[in-house]
Write a protein that binds this ligand. Sequence first.
Ligand code: MIG
Length: 749
Amino acid sequence: MKKIKKMNDVILKISFGNFSNPVNIVKNVAIKANCDFEAVEEGEDVVFVSNGEELARLEKLSSENGKTWARFNSSSAHFFGFGEKMGFLDKRGRNMKMMNMDNPLHTPDLDPMYVSIPFFIVLSPKKPAMGFYVNSTSRSFFNMEGDSYTLGVEDDGIEFYAIYGPTVADVIKHFTAVVGRISMPPAWALGYQQSRWSYATAQEALDVSHKMRQDGIPCDVIYLDIDYMKGYRVFTWGDRFNDPKKFVDEMKKSGFKVVVIMDPGVKEEDGYEVYESGKAINAFAKSKSGNNFTGYVWPGKCVFPDFLRSDVRNWWALQHKSLFEAGVDGIWNDMNEPSIVWTDTNTQELKNLLSSDEPMDFTLLEKLKEFTFQKDHAYEITHMDDSNKKWPHLKVRNVYALLEAMATTKAFEIYRPNKRPFILSRAGFAGIQKYAAVWTGDNSSWWEHLKTEMPISMGLGLSGVSFCGTDVGGFGGNATAELLVRWMEIGTFFPFFRNHSAIGTRNQEPWAFGENVEKILKKYIKMRYELFPYLYTLFFQSYKSGTPIMRPLFMYDQSDENLYNLNDEFMVGNSMIVAPVTEPNVTWRPVYLPKGEWIDVRNGEKYDGKKVYKIDAPLDEIPVFVKEDSIISKTDSMNYFFEKEKMMLYLDFYGQRASTQVYEDDGETLNYKKGIYNLYQVSVESESAIYNVSVKALHKEYEGRYKKAVISFMTLKELKSSTVRINGEMIKPYFENGILKVVFDLEVL
Ligand code: MIG
């Protein structure tokens, strides 16, 4: 029997059979909306209707042999979201699975990947958008191949939420009201971040940080990959980092944060503190036999915390003491699908290699390729919840990383109270954004991957994970100078901006390819820092309403079908289009611009929308278009956030009338949750030869770093006759580089 329940004005819950989840993901929330969204039963069918219009039709529900299916008529709809998926934005025609999986070879048809988010948006040009969230942590299936589409779960029942829009942004807003949204990240997490597997000694990491400052390359974070540990034992520091506190302090002196990697696998070794204390509370997941499940990862034979239990999460949180005492600022949760590299059945030779305390070298990786990744073995794990109920790994696997991220968040609460956590996670489930940023795992230094990272990240954003990014420059394989330049140009505009590469591959720090390349990369990293006010305000909006920061163009105009599968352009917010070059030896590209008028920020040239243009893009340039009648907020570049007490706010105004908001807070504490932040509203209107600027503080509780603001009239042709009034008062404009500007005080507001 199916049950239909109205959760609020925009969400309907449909359940059938007996479904069960080991953790509750959803929150029931009241959402008021002026719409008429309902589920109408027509014979066997359930029709999802808004204002009399059919948006989706459920034709069949069936349950058999531990699997439950829901079949829909698909008419001509397009499908977007599904979390982290290879391939293009539009998933019509795809057959996908949700089961968190580590497979470093990202072929175009690889599925599943590290993150599972059983959510998607149904979109047709002339209809309001809606979405479905399948509330199952079990393995699930999404077959969007034919004239019907089928959602399936490995369970004796199914529960799903039908979520109304009418805009795509509304669907995401309503979905994230149920599964959670990002918190404000620390400001430094928006900065440029440098990583490599591995900076294996304290000196090596320090050298990288010094070189950044010497060369004037802005950078906020250096990552430590697995080689900082003693023999890959989690929560230890190896001899090459023998004075971690001193090392981190040294990094801090020049404004760097240190983020360290964390794997869930705990070395099974008598006398090892983490293993012993875990064993004392029976913290580890079990195999069928009832013994601790074991699998081999970097430290050799490992056991795996059963994060399903809250006492295990607390224990895990407490283990972070040694890291936070040394002063690290962020935790990078890797291998948390969880991934097991090989099992007992493999050879002693490999075990010996991994048990050594020496830094890993790439010959080991070559060796690893000889062994089969026996990942399915992992399904024989049994978990237990707080009421001692046993759960098969099948139902826990997808939320393993989410539960781990909850434990890591707890660690921050204990050891860094009132400081914002920064967690970077590889795996995840719906709602992972509440706790962690997500990167797309082990891509390669291939042009194909540069291109595909756009739809993958946009898909994550559409699924609630707005703080996401990729290994800039590519993880596996060797970057070339040209590839690195193009990738850094793109990375500048991604929510998360980190350059990372694998052991044994060519270095790809900004200086790795000589001075000319370094100069270009520096220009873009600086641009990233200049864009801080614009980006940070987008993070605030995402925190408030789940809106992606990096967006597909169809979010701007969902009636324009040309935008539905536009994979190689993206928007940052609602006013900026980025159209990168993603092929070698190419210095121009076709760019489709949506309705309205668009301005190329490089030269001020104006383009009418709904057309394709041939746009030049020499190697050191990435085409960026700003919408006519918009304001882009900026600041001065700096070595790191917030190097200086005071910051300038620049408001680049394009067109005749526009308004924008600018958000600011202290960038590091949780005080913003208590209302200690500023939100400014700036509007400009032209009235014959006069520009009326209105600046208001919608909210002003924070002392503020922006003391003064400069408005630049970027597209003004008639310079001389222009007069500017700010909040009613005449202000004398001045010219700088031929652009009319006015400066005003934010402190008086
Ligand atoms: O499979 O810690 O995705 O970013 O450098 C290797 C070593 C394990 C996988 C992560 C990658 C990281 C690497 N890790």
